[in-house]
Design a protein around this ligand. Structure first.
Ligand code: FES
Ligand code: FE2
Length: 347
């Protein structure tokens, strides 16, 4: 997949909000080097990391007031990209500015709009569980050497938990219960409801569920690569917890870095034991282990895809349908962007 194939007129998670403090952060998003910084007023700025003077990294410099000062010759730029100061009181030439990207902070993440169209906040995911008083999030980040769509495939097919996550997320009912998939507009909804099945290590450890359980995996995917997963379990047949009620919710943002690398931002939030650090530690340990296992299998999968000269296509079975559907929607939106020349307002 080439960079021309990334959707442009979309939001991508560029950072966790807590990553951006006084020091500018350099990051590559969709093959573009950017610098993310926070002015003294607390607001986020994102500029091309390529200084328009001599193309040195702006991120090598520092924040001065609400501006960023390039670390090479000290030229300053505001978060709108306008040049604020050239040392030696040299007048700013017409049109001399850094490229600025629309960015905003929402639910504990910094979102970046990569295209030329007017940013559309209605396209942001509703990841409220990551900073809501009624939830406790356990966040994480992985840098993965694979195309981002392989990780979207991975999370949209949770059949793999049985085989990849034997000590954490595996359990009964997963392979013999079909995934119900529904496509509504540009979104994909999928669910797998399992009743009276063997428990899973994570539900044993977190909730003390040692016997048979009812269990569910409920997903929502939206472009370009946001996935909310509601995961829950109760004692089999219990009526005290409703069907579909979350034990925890995992919000996921898969941000392309390059064609073969991605930034994986996630947070696992629970609406119970809010101040119990032991529960948070347990989640952190188990989810870090599980997502590390995903990274390992997907990185090796990417290598084998790239070294395959047979021309054989990837095959899809019913449990792959939500991932295949997501790819189809991304391609349709990409074709629409290409037809518009990428400059008009997003739909
Ligand atoms: S390269 Fe940035 S100020 Fe010269
Ligand atoms: Fe996984």
């Amino acid at each position: 997949m080439s960079d021309a194939e990334f959707l442009r007129n979309q939001w991508y998670i560029a950072a966790a909000a807590g990553e951006i403090a006084a020091t500018p952060l350099a990051r590559v998003i969709c093959n573009e080097p950017v610098v993310i910084f926070r002015g003294n007023d607390g607001k986020i700025g994102v500029l091309s990391d390529r200084c328009p003077h001599r193309k040195a990294p702006l991120s090598s410099g520092e924040v001065v007031g609400d501006d960023i000062q390039c670390g090479y010759h000290g030229i300053r730029f505001g978060r709108d990209g306008a040049c604020a100061h050239i040392p030696g009181d040299i007048p700013v030439p017409m049109g001399f500015r850094a490229r600025s990207y629309p960015a905003l902070e929402r639910h504990g993440f910094i979102y970046l709009w990569m295209g030329e169209a007017t940013p559309d906040e209605s396209l942001l995911p509703d990841f409220f569980e990551n900073d809501d008083a009624g939830w406790t999030p356990v966040p994480g980040y992985l840098h993965i050497k694979a195309n981002y769509e392989l990780m979207v495939d991975n999370i949209l097919d949770l059949t793999h938990v049985v085989f990849v996550h034997k000590t954490t997320l595996a359990g009964g009912g997963v392979t013999d219960t079909p995934l119900e998939v529904e496509v509504k507009g540009d979104r994909i909804f999928a669910r797998r409801m399992m009743f009276n099945v063997d428990t899973a290590p994570i539900y044993k450890a977190a909730k003390g569920l040692h016997g048979k359980i009812d269990r569910w995996q409920i997903f929502e995917w939206q472009p370009p690569s946001f996935v909310k997963v509601v995961l829950g379990a109760r004692e089999a047949g219990s009526t005290t917890e409703a069907e579909g009620q979350p034990t925890h919710v995992v919000v996921n943002g898969f941000t392309p870095e390059t064609d073969r690398t991605l930034h994986y931002f996630w947070a696992t939030s629970r609406p119970w034991a809010l101040n119990d650090s032991k529960v948070s530690d347990l989640y952190k340990t188990m989810i870090d282990l599980a997502f590390g296992e995903d990274m390992s299998i997907v990185e090796r999968q990417q290598k084998l895809i790239d070294s395959d000269t047979s021309g054989a296509p990837l095959r899809a079975f019913p449990f792959d349908h939500s991932g295949v559907g997501a790819r189809r929607i991304v391609r349709r939106l990409r074709d629409a962007e290409a037809a518009r020349g990428g400059t008009q307002a997003a739909e």
